[in-house]
Write a protein that binds this ligand. Structure first.
Ligand SMILES: [Zn+2]
Length: 512
């Protein structure tokens, strides 16, 4: 198992430490009540606020599954092989097969050794654990279970710990609290406590998502209610679809934002929409068959839209339909409100999402065999801007004029574009030999002036050139100097006018 960004991880543990105190003092009751009402699934200590700076979860993970009994409950609900197969079997649904599919094999293997049953030093009441109350002393249970298992378990072999309990609870809990692991074990993932009524794949996958530091996703701002994400609605969602006879409810995939956060979406498969209108193809998030984009991001006035394609294949078979989904990072956008797996949440061919305030439109053009073609309009069009100047602006015959063209390219995303600049020297003037210079790019031709700019961006490129007014011009004569910029298969034309032999008649502020 490898995990990048270890320093950040420890920082987050520290934040969590502060958060738990706050949670115990203030938010505990309402948080638990909300969670119980929605899913009866789990209850987590506060998870760090989601940001795009994630941890890369890759490689093989070896889990220690510790089976622990409360001192007042004698039952041993399952065997070691039940749990080991749940984690690591390669035939049939398992956590190994689930996370490999979800991570595009970035997680290469999940294996587990089950140990137990061990007996905890306290009763259920001693840990505030009951089948009626959503919440228990999770750190105490897991630490005590580690301690009673320690004589027979070498923790240095493992990357993570899951504790299986022998009594029912309305919730399972994952903690990122820094526990004390024996045997010099370095364990960076969160630890799970799973009650006996929660031994199903969807629920344990959800808790493992927390162990990887994922928070809950939401729908229209409602935490837990995102049916398109194992980190939204997990074990209570459409469990009858694609269920396993042994491990019952299977988890759906997690959303694109979380896969990106965990380092599973390669930069080449992540589209960041530039300004303007562009058409791309999104590949489905589960079992992709092409190298098309797995996600598209549109940055919009303080938020980020994440677009993804979902089809009912693999662990996504349980989904309500095939569609493009739109999230504000990890918050599903559903203009028609709950339920969040209806047509309002599913963007299908012919439909258009509009965020008028941010000048954003997403049109679903068509379906492909394994995805969707979409057209994204992001704000105004990108453009090449030019500022032209000349010195002097009212030259006399035979006088040399120095021209300057200052170019920038703006697409709202600090992008760059390849451009070719062509200057036309008019018949009334003669280019001064070798007078063309540029602050960037390559001069292709001195006469006529032509400059190649491979990466024109927001930093101005300044091109200068000199030309002499023909001696035959004796009357005031306007002279137009055109500058053409080719970029993105289009041409932007600029020009400026100087007045040879200009007088106050033409330019009253300038006297010659
Ligand atoms: Zn949870």
């Amino acid at each position: 198992m490898s995990l990048w960004n270890r320093t950040t991880r420890f920082f987050i543990l520290f934040v969590l430490f502060l958060g738990v105190g706050l949670w115990l003092n203030t938010g505990h009751e309402s948080k638990v009540a909300a969670e119980t009402a929605v899913t009866q699934a789990d209850q987590n200590n506060p998870i760090p606020e989601f940001t795009s700076q994630g941890f890369a979860i890759t490689g093989a993970q070896h889990w220690a599954v510790l089976m622990c009994k409360f001192s007042d409950v004698s039952s041993e609900p399952q065997t070691k092989s039940f749990f080991e197969n749940m984690f690591e079997r390669t035939t049939g649904p398992s956590l190994h097969n689930y996370w490999r599919e979800v991570s595009y094999n970035n997680i290469t293997a999940i294996t587990a050794d089950a140990h137990g049953w061990f007996t905890l030093p306290k009763s259920r009441a001693g840990y505030s654990f009951s089948s009626a109350t959503a919440g228990f002393a999770v750190e105490d249970i897991i630490q005590d279970c580690i301690n009673v298992a320690n004589p027979s378990v070498n923790f240095s072999l493992y990357d993570a710990v899951a504790v299986m309990l022998n009594s029912d609870s309305p919730v399972a809990i994952t903690t990122l609290w820094p526990l004390s692991y024996p045997d010099g074990a370095v364990i960076q993932l969160g630890a799970l406590a799973i009650p006996s009524n929660k031994y199903n794949l969807a629920l344990v996958a959800h808790e493992m998502g927390h162990a990887y530091s994922l928070p809950h996703s939401s729908a229209n701002g409602n935490e837990y209610q995102n049916p398109w994400d194992v980190m939204g609605i997990a074990s209570s969602y459409r469990c009858s679809v694609n269920a396993d006879p042994i491990y019952s409810c299977l988890g759906q995939h997690t959303i694109a934002a979380y896969k990106d956060y965990l380092g599973w979406i390669q930069p080449a498969q992540k589209y960041v929409a530039p300004m303007g209108t562009h058409t791309i193809t999104l590949e489905r998030l589960a079992l992709p068959q092409t190298n098309n984009y797995l996600m598209a991001e549109i940055n919009a006035g303080g938020t980020t839209y994440v677009l993804e394609a979902r089809q009912r294949v693999g662990y996504d078979t349980k989904l309500a339909g095939d569609a493009v989904l739109i999230h504000k990072v990890d918050d599903l956008v559903d203009p028609t409100g709950a339920p969040y797996d209806d047509e309002g949440a599913m963007w299908k061919p012919g439909e258009t999402f509009v965020d008028a305030a941010n000048e954003i439109e997403v049109h679903i053009d068509s379906a492909t065999a394994t995805g969707f073609v979409i057209t994204i309009k992001n704000g105004s069009e990108p453009q090449v801007n030019a500022t032209l100047s000349a010195n002097p602006t009212t030259p006399a015959a035979n006088e040399v004029v120095e021209f300057q063209t200052k170019l920038t390219y703006v697409d709202g995303n600090s992008g760059t574009v390849a451009a070719t600049v062509s200057v036309t020297i008019p018949a009334e003037m003669t280019l001064v030999p070798n007078s063309v210079t540029t602050t960037a790019g390559t001069i292709i031709s001195q006469n006529p002036p032509e400059i190649s700019l491979p990466t024109l961006g927001e930093t101005a490129v300044i091109i200068t050139y000199q030309a002499t007014v023909n001696g035959a011009i004796t009357d005031p004569t306007p002279i137009t100097v055109p500058v053409a910029v080719e970029w993105n298969s289009q041409t932007s034309n600029f020009s400026q006018v100087i007045i040879a032999n200009g007088t106050a008649v033409y330019l009253p502020l300038i006297t010659r």
